[in-house]
Design a protein around this ligand. Structure first.
Ligand SMILES: Cc1cc2nc3c(=O)[nH]c(=O)nc-3n(C[C@H](O)[C@H](O)[C@H](O)COP(=O)(O)OP(=O)(O)OC[C@H]3O[C@@H](n4cnc5c(N)ncnc54)[C@H](O)[C@@H]3O)c2cc1C
Length: 393
């Protein structure tokens, strides 16, 4: 008997089936090879874009599908659940991140020029916020954009910029003015849609332990020119523009975590039924059954929260669902990693054989507790906003 699907998998059932059919063309060996060879999954990326799944959230007037958040999360969940995991999801999720920010704060000209190309997979925009010395404390970034004739010159270093080696442009957060004392800490930061392919930009891959189909990089800017038409939104307000889009991103990440967990529970259950030791399937032991059953329940509960957050997002908008979006991100990433970790135990020594693919999923699910926001920052938010405890940072 196959693992019984969760109730939320009834939502957008036909779309899910279509995504699964596309994903079936890219099997586990394909993803393992991309990961091992640090190779961007170009063939998959093209097929995904051609099927219209990159442009779900782009309005029809800008060449997109004009879909809703529930469509996009269903697509990403099925992608993760197919065995593509985060290698697959990140390759398509990264260029999607600029969409809500551009729609909310970009000019009409920027939307008309950029969004159709992003949706068609012709323009790859990365997300350039994190810096070595600022880490989670984004308002302390030091990359500076200094006024010059007809624009600014950017100097500084971004770190962990995923997709930079494949990227055409970067949604870059840089300081354009110091914030005066008494002002909000996020003032003075500006978002630019800057070019990545230039002599004034150097990119260096960071060797990492997983999700290697999409390289994450250090990006060095040396007197890199940006012009007023590359500013997204208001000069000095870029930090707040980004915050506006983060709750939507949390939902995408959450759906991916549920998909990763689903794949792990299914793979481990199949293995536990097949693997015979002591003359019986290992899945007959409660020590194997119980963690998998508990993982299934934790994923079920997390998915209910994720999809209720998606409903609220559609009804009230991203700005109104801070607690629910954070709850979805926390619960799904913990449940997704827990499921992968319990699956590792079920596979025994074979968990370490690449042939079984569970180790790859395990490192990817672990990443989701750290990035794009660590779960400690999520708990800080809930402690402050839901419990009324003093702000701790
Ligand atoms: C594979 C990968 C891809 C990434 N891709 C991108 C990308 O494309 N673009 C981008 O801009 N960034 C990207 N990031 C960066 C990611 O968003 C950051 O790593 C993350 O936000 C944490 O920053 P940090 O690593 O400097 O951790 P730090 O800020 O050094 O924090 C380390 C740990 O300390 C704890 N901590 C820190 N501050 C607090 C606090 N106030 N309260 C409680 N605990 C705290 C947390 O447990 C945290 O995990 C990526 C990271 C990885 C690993």
């Amino acid at each position: 008997m196959a693992v019984v699907p969760f109730p939320h998998q009834e939502k957008r059932k036909e779309l899910r089936a279509a995504v699964a059919a596309l994903c079936a063309k890219f099997d586990l060996e394909y993803w393992d090879a991309c990961d091992r060879e640090h190779r961007f999954p170009e063939e998959f990326f093209r097929a995904f874009a051609d099927a219209g799944y990159l442009s779900v959230l782009i309005p029809e007037e800008f060449g997109g599908g004009g879909g809703e958040m529930i469509d996009q999360v269903a697509v990403l969940e099925e992608l993760a659940a197919s065995g593509g995991g985060l290698n697959a999801c990140s390759s398509v999720h990264i260029p999607m991140l600029c969409i809500p920010t551009l729609l909310a704060f970009g000019s009409r000209e920027q939307c008309a020029e950029i969004l159709p190309k992003v949706g068609a997979g012709e323009l790859f925009v990365t997300f350039g916020v994190t810096e070595p010395d600022a880490g989670t404390d984004t308002t302390r970034i030091t990359t500076k954009a200094t006024p010059t004739d007809g624009g600014w010159l950017v100097n500084g270093t971004k770190v962990w910029n995923s997709g930079a080696m494949r990227g055409d442009k970067i949604l870059l957060l840089a300081r354009t003015s110091e914030h005066a004392s008494g002002e909000r800490k996020g003032n003075g930061l500006t978002l630019f849609l800057a070019d990545l392919k230039a002599d004034t930009v150097d990119i260096k891959e960071i060797p990492k332990i997983g999700r290697n189909a999409v390289a994450s990089c250090e990006v060095f800017f040396r007197d890199h020119k940006v012009t007023p038409d590359q500013v997204v939104g208001e000069v000095g307000q870029g930090f707040y523009h980004l915050l506006h889009s983060l709750n939507g991103e949390r939902l995408l990440i959450s759906a991916e975590a549920i998909g990763l967990g689903r794949w792990a529970v299914e793979a481990a259950t199949r293995y536990a039924n097949e693997r015979v030791v002591f003359g019986r399937p290992i899945g007959q032991n409660q020590s194997v059954q119980h963690p998998l059953a508990a993982s299934y329940l934790k994923l079920l509960a997390a998915a209910e929260v994720v999809y209720s957050a998606v409903d609220q997002y559609q009804e009230k908008g991203g700005g109104a669902i801070g607690t629910l979006a954070n709850a979805a991100k926390y619960l799904s990433s913990e449940a997704g990693f827990g499921a992968c970790d319990d699956a590792m135990q079920s596979f025994g020594g074979y968990a370490y054989a690449r042939e079984y693919h569970i180790g790859r999923h395990w490192t990817e699910a672990r990443l989701q507790r750290i990035a794009p926001v660590n779960n400690q920052m999520v708990l800080n938010y809930v402690a402050e906003r839901s419990l009324g405890l003093p702000r701790s940072y």
